[in-house]
Design a protein around this ligand. Structure first.
Ligand SMILES: *Cc1c(COP(=O)(O)O)cnc(C)c1O
Length: 378
């Protein structure tokens, strides 16, 4: 595969920042972790941030902090990575899938509201591809029904909903720093929140449920003393990773700008092609463009042709409830019409900071060729 669909952009400065940590006193639970947290919190405009092992752990921690437990229902979208729903299962809750809006591909607030029962405790909207969900409607619905809002912002670091950066509002928002995401720490994640109470629970959960914080201890037997107050995990992230994250964060706006430019070039190339549906763009919102997804007919054929030419196209996503694990565990009757329809037609094209215009032109040419061949018709 010569051109992947996504990949990291690493500079000599990034490398040096990691090497510097290796020569320092702290490899984990040190100053780089809190520095990275502070910088991400400041960037998105949130009060608190908790850096964690990966985006999935961030979702798990957020569900724990929200108090999701046995029997609780949590509504999310089927067009997402499995982790957005798995995190609910980790806590003994039940993910409920609400269909998407066929234009934006994000969860439909109306469908979400229809799925609310007396068991619903939270909603997990996913800002799919970096396109912000309708947070105004979702917040109104959540407020009306007393639900916690956990935003899955794994695609949306740096995106904004009508001038508000994703992560600056709502109960908790998670980010992922996997190498295909906007910035990377190898593996890594973050939860941001404006609530001190959530913040404390997130910190507790990240490290075994154990605390030394005097204000949280039930008693204090001395300087050595700590207490395990909940069942947490070791979901800590290292200073080595956070140093890379700090260095990457300094280039985030440049990364997003580059992605936007590439998206404009794709759009300009495809806009007049009746065989391609280009992505939705909402007036007044800024997508962070994690993915560039087109819709085509005969997707399988087009996909295989592109793969054969060395282009690492992908499909994001298979509706989560379709996976055998979900089918075997009570989801065999679930069917979201718009999600199914979208899944039939989508292809993610390469989009990442270091994708050159020459490479992109090659992709554009190959996509057009794949669609021109006789067998692919409308
Ligand atoms: C990447 C991703 C995650 C999980 O992040 P990891 O860091 O890979 O654990 C969760 N949700 C969505 C939508 C993602 O794309």
């Amino acid at each position: 595969m010569t051109i992947p669909y996504g990949r990291q952009s690493i500079t000599e400065e990034d490398i040096q920042s990691v090497v510097d940590v290796l020569r320092s006193d702290y490899l984990t639970t040190g100053p780089k972790v809190s520095e990275f947290e502070k910088k991400v919190a400041d960037y998105v405009g949130a009060k608190y941030a908790v850096a964690i092992a990966n985006g999935t752990a961030a979702l798990h921690a957020a569900c724990f902090a929200a108090g999701i437990g046995e029997g609780d229902e949590v509504i999310t979208t089927p067009i997402t990575f499995a982790a957005s729903a798995n995190c609910v299962l980790y806590c003994g809750g039940k993910p409920i899938f609400a269909d998407i809006n066929p234009e934006t591909y994000n969860i439909s607030p109306e469908e979400m509201e229809k799925k609310i029962t007396e068991k619903t405790k939270a909603v997990i909207p996913v800002h799919f591809t970096g396109q912000p969900c309708d947070m105004k409607r979702i917040s109104e619905i959540a407020k009306k029904h007393g639900l916690v809002v956990i935003q899955d912002g794994a695609h949306a670091l740096g995106a904004d909903f009508r001038g508000q950066k994703i992560g600056s509002t709502g109960d908790m928002t998670i980010f992922s720093f996997h190498p295909v995401k906007h910035i990377t720490t190898g593996e890594g994640g973050m939860i941001v929140t404006n609530s001190e109470e959530y913040y404390k629970r997130l910190v507790l959960f990240r490290s075994h449920g154990i605390t030394r914080d005097d204000s949280m201890l039930l008693k204090n037997e001395g300087g050595w003393y700590y207490e395990q107050l909940a069942l947490g995990y070791n979901y800590r992230i290292t200073d080595i990773q956070c140093a890379l994250g700090i260095s990457q964060l300094a280039r985030l706006d440049e990364f997003i700008e580059k992605r936007r430019r590439l998206v404009e070039r794709y759009n300009a190339a495809f806009a007049d092609n009746p065989k391609i549906k280009i992505p939705f763009v909402e007036e007044g919102c800024n997508s962070s463009w994690h993915l560039y997804i087109i819709q085509v007919n005969k997707r399988k054929e087009v996909f295989e042709k592109l793969r054969a030419t060395g282009i690492g196209v992908n499909v994001h996503y298979i509706p989560v409830y379709r996976h055998p694990y979900y089918q075997k565990n009570g989801y065999h009757d679930v069917y979201c019409e718009h999600a199914e329809k979208l899944y039939e037609h989508i292809i993610s094209l390469p989009l990442y900071t270091d994708l050159t215009e020459e490479q992109q032109d090659y992709v554009i040419k190959k996509v057009s060729e794949a669609l021109q061949s006789k067998t692919v018709t409308k």
